[in-house]
Design a protein around this ligand. Structure first.
Ligand code: AMP
Length: 211
């Protein structure tokens, strides 16, 4: 089974994708995580995309497509795509991949005020990808990742100016995908507010795999 998680930055796509992958035995393919890993390891791609990401803009379709295809090669039991596609061109390119069949697109809907609150308080572990929140889910030791012990940072794109840009980019480029997938009969919309586990339950129910 292959799923796409759609939602604005801060909607909880990464958190839900991790939980759902554990539960359903799928691979988690986050293009944002792949790009951050490329930056961390200082590859040519990483250097090329750094400034674009920090400004909250989208990197080129060719770059993310190459990363995604690479990830899909190992996802033999199916995957949850988190942060991809981000625009109609990417959605069309995904549809053209001969071996990929998309089963469901889950749209996680969260009001804009809650998105800003979540993103501005988010602290991330660049080593293992875990995410915390200064008020809602603080780590046990301030500034230290509970999962792997590395230092937590505020992502450059979680600063106010970049958050505004990312929400604007989402409205312009990504939101049209809701309509696109709705017309194809693939869209399942869920409310993304409330407890993390409740949102997971809504998602599994929406895709008919509740156990
Ligand atoms: P995310 O972790 O999904 O919020 O992504 C962080 C940043 O990575 C985005 O703001 C973009 O700069 C870039 N990015 C991630 N996925 C994509 C994508 N599918 N297309 C273009 N840029 C992306």
């Amino acid at each position: 089974m292959n799923l796409v998680l759609l939602g604005a930055p801060g909607a909880g796509k990464g958190t839900q994708a991790k939980l759902l992958c554990e539960r359903l035995g799928l691979s988690h393919l986050s293009t944002g995580d792949m790009l951050r890993a490329a930056r961390e390891s200082g590859t040519a791609v990483g250097r090329e995309v750094a400034a674009i990401m920090d400004a909250g803009q989208l990197v080129s379709d060719d770059v993310v497509m190459a990363l995604l295809q690479n990830g899909l090669r190992d996802a033999t039991k199916g995957a949850i795509l988190d942060g991809f596609p981000r625009n109609l061109q990417q959605a069309n390119r995904l549809e053209q991949l001969p071996t990929f069949h998309l089963d469901h697109v889950v749209s996680i809907d969260v009001p804009v005020e809650a998105l800003v609150e979540r993103l501005s308080g988010r602290r991330s572990c660049l080593a293992c990808g875990a995410a915390f929140h200064v008020a809602f889910s603080p780590p046990e030791r301030e500034g230290i990742c509970d999962s792997c012990g590395a230092a937590l940072v505020q992502r450059a794109d979680d600063r106010e100016e970049a958050i505004r840009k990312r929400l604007e980019v989402y409205e312009q480029s990504t939101r049209p995908l809701v309509d696109h997938y709705s017309k194809k009969g693939l869209l399942r919309a869920v409310h993304g507010t409330g407890e993390v586990g409740e949102v997971t339950q809504r998602i599994v129910k929406s895709i008919g795999v509740e156990r």
